[in-house]
Design a protein around this ligand. Structure first.
Ligand SMILES: [Zn+2]
Length: 207
């Protein structure tokens, strides 16, 4: 039996009853997530774990490098479609762009996209975030951390390029947040625009 098979069996035998009423309610009432959570595909970033959220609470988007393309950059539609659906149809009240430390995509972005011809899709995906490199301070002490933070902030600004997002932010119905998950310490830092840096989650300033 594979690791996944064993996990499914354990869920069915030990956990399913605890969630039964919750999923019956979700089935009856549909999904009403309060947050669109955009993060990296990295296996170490588990949004429901680090936010202690239940099924139905987070509308999830995962992509390589938690990249949020601007609305007019139409080469890749998946993330853009999820933004429109979560904001315009589901009416979430918050959007989190959550990057993380030790991100392979951000390392690649800091070094320049991979040149290998055998990874054409990965290269094309990372190339769309090339603009992030122009946002970096000169000679950052930690170039990968600088790229990671700049990519989160670039993503938040790009969110505002979607008309449905801009409209709701202007009306005070939608808040945008930049988070950084530090894998080694499991700490969540949030962007504080007032002081222009990432800080522990308790001091977050909402925009
Ligand atoms: Zn990553």
């Amino acid at each position: 039996m594979t690791r996944l098979d064993a996990g499914v069996r354990r869920f069915r035998e030990q956990c399913r009853s605890a969630y039964q009423a919750h999923f019956q309610k979700l089935s009856r009432e549909g999904q009403h997530p309060h947050t669109l959570f955009i993060t990296c595909s990295d296996a170490r970033v588990v949004a429901h774990l680090i936010t202690q959220s239940l099924p139905g609470e987070l509308f999830m988007v995962r992509n390589v490098g938690n990249i949020v393309p601007p609305a007019n950059q139409t080469a890749h539609h998946s993330t853009a479609a999820a933004i429109e659906y979560a904001v315009d149809v589901l009416g979430v009240g918050d959007v989190v762009v959550c990057g993380h430390t030790q991100c392979g995509a951000m390392s690649a972005l800091a070094d320049g996209p991979p040149q290998a011809d055998r990874l054409p899709h990965l290269r094309a995906w990372l190339e769309q975030a090339e603009a992030v490199r122009r946002l970096l301070p000169p000679h950052p002490a930690d170039p990968i951390r600088a790229v990671t933070e700049a990519n989160i902030l670039w993503g938040i600004e790009n969110l505002r390029s979607y008309p449905c997002v801009a409209e709701r932010v202007a009306e005070g119905r939608l808040r945008l947040h930049g988070w950084l998950f530090v894998i080694a310490t499991m700490e969540i830092l949030t962007w504080n625009r007032d002081v222009d840096r990432f800080e522990p989650v308790e001091t977050e300033s909402r925009s």
